[in-house]
Design a protein around this ligand. Sequence first.
Ligand code: AMP
Length: 284
Amino acid sequence: MLISENPFTLRTKISRHYCEEKSVGFVPTMGALHDGHASLVRRSVAENPVTVVSIFVNPTQFGANEDLDTYPRPLEADLALLESLGVDYVFTPTERTMYPQGKGNYELLMQLRSMDKILCGAKRPGHFDGVVQVVSKLFNIVRPDRAYFGEKDFQQVAIIRRMAEELFFPVEVVPCPIIREPDGLAMSSRNTYLNAEERRQALFLSTLLKRAREMAGSGNSVSEILELGRRLAEDYSLIRLDYFDIRAGSDLRALDEIKAEDAPRGLVAAFCGQTRLIDNMALL
Ligand code: AMP
């Protein structure tokens, strides 16, 4: 497994595989890897002769009051896991190698017009601009044939797919299902922030989505299901609901009726103590 923090070294090493016509699979991450990340990596290893994983906590996608400085960075453990999964290349850039011009000093800005004005984008202004900025850099460095993203970040997958389409990136964006703990909590690097009581109450998110799915299945309306979010949050003293919404699975447009053809999806974000968690589920 080759590990490099230098974009040019990495690209030179990978480029021989393009000549060999081997497909390159890519899994971008921020590290602190868990089984959710591992599922993406396993899929890439199974589907491509060459797999590249990046580990980079991208500063431009964090807001001023967010957890950039405290985000976990257990690099040694991450590398051991990736080696055991059969990864070929790990890209571990520094802020300096990714943004050599310096933060806030780049000429080119990427800005979304509408897809980031809803859900997490509305709550974290600028977050998805930072995501498309870093993912477009990563796509240009790695030049993958397939890139694997978790549906845990449902809005992110939709935005990356749209970015790849609009910019003609020759990459197939592959969405992968959410991996959960046995009790239903969606795996997340941020779950390590939770104390025992917060961990218990974090089940609010998956419980809400499962109940929403039951309600959708028995013919309840969008507004009845949304009301459940507010009511259920009252039973959880450490939960502060950030949003709960129901949107079309294909393009995240707002829905006023539950119909199978729209692939309705429940999406939730909530603070559990100080930790912001997200989750989503197909409702039909
Ligand atoms: P992150 O390190 O949080 O940026 O996540 C890197 C990739 O792993 C993203 O595509 C995430 O959607 C995906 N991911 C994170 N958690 C999970 C999970 N529980 N199940 C599936 N994919 C996940």
